[in-house]
Design a protein around this ligand. Sequence first.
Ligand SMILES: [Ca+2]
Ligand SMILES: [Ca+2]
Length: 268
Amino acid sequence: MPATTRIRRWKPLALATAAALAGLTASTLAAPPAAATTTAYDTTYYKNAVGKTGTSLKSSLHTIISSQTKISYSAVWNALKVTDQDPNNSNNVILLYSGVSRSKSLNGGDLGDWNREHTWAKSHGDFGEVTGPGTDLHHLRPADVQVNSIRGNKDFDNGGSTVSGGGGSLTDSDSFEPRDADKGDVARMILYMAVRYDGGDGFADLEPNEKVDNGSAPYMGKLSVLKQWNEQDPPSAFEEKRNQAIYDTYQHNRNPFIDHPEWVEAIW
Ligand SMILES: [Ca+2]
Ligand SMILES: [Ca+2]
């Protein structure tokens, strides 16, 4: 499989500089759209989606990514040991929210263990742990048992007090803010779930909204904050590698927002 190559077609800064040299003022320039990216999959996997926007893009992506292999909840343990392996220590996984590197063998439910975090909280739409959204690796990450418990089923938003052992993550009574390095990852996982699950397969239609008290409704907030986080924390090599591993080895589908983060703005 070819590695995903991210090529910026043009850079807003370079354009602004060129415009300044040409004697134009910045105010004469239209605000540039999020930089378009091209990937090795645009002429194959994403062929029917490229060039579309809005509900048409969302619908095309839903069809594309819904063709997938599904794995059981018990198989998720070993998959995460591969997808989330510490690039500097093959005995460990990197934990979401805290960024801690922890032994793969410490998977479990006790204090000091890591477990399987449903970034889209499984109670939001009540999909549980049966094969389906509850076992979809694109939003499952290893997390510290205690930090996972603090996050619980809260929606995502900015603000709160420091989460103990949370790597800089914050929380208050109704929301959770991941550490900066995980903000974009969380946004892209949530929005993947919204596109992938549209009410078929016997599961709820998952969608983002602007609330932080969604409870068991099949919604996750806050969309405006998730969009900011997607811009603020672009896809990292770690995130791209895990997307590739899920595609190559486990589910054979991709998270379009890791390949094309600008598609977040194109849809929402
Ligand atoms: Ca990140
Ligand atoms: Ca949906």
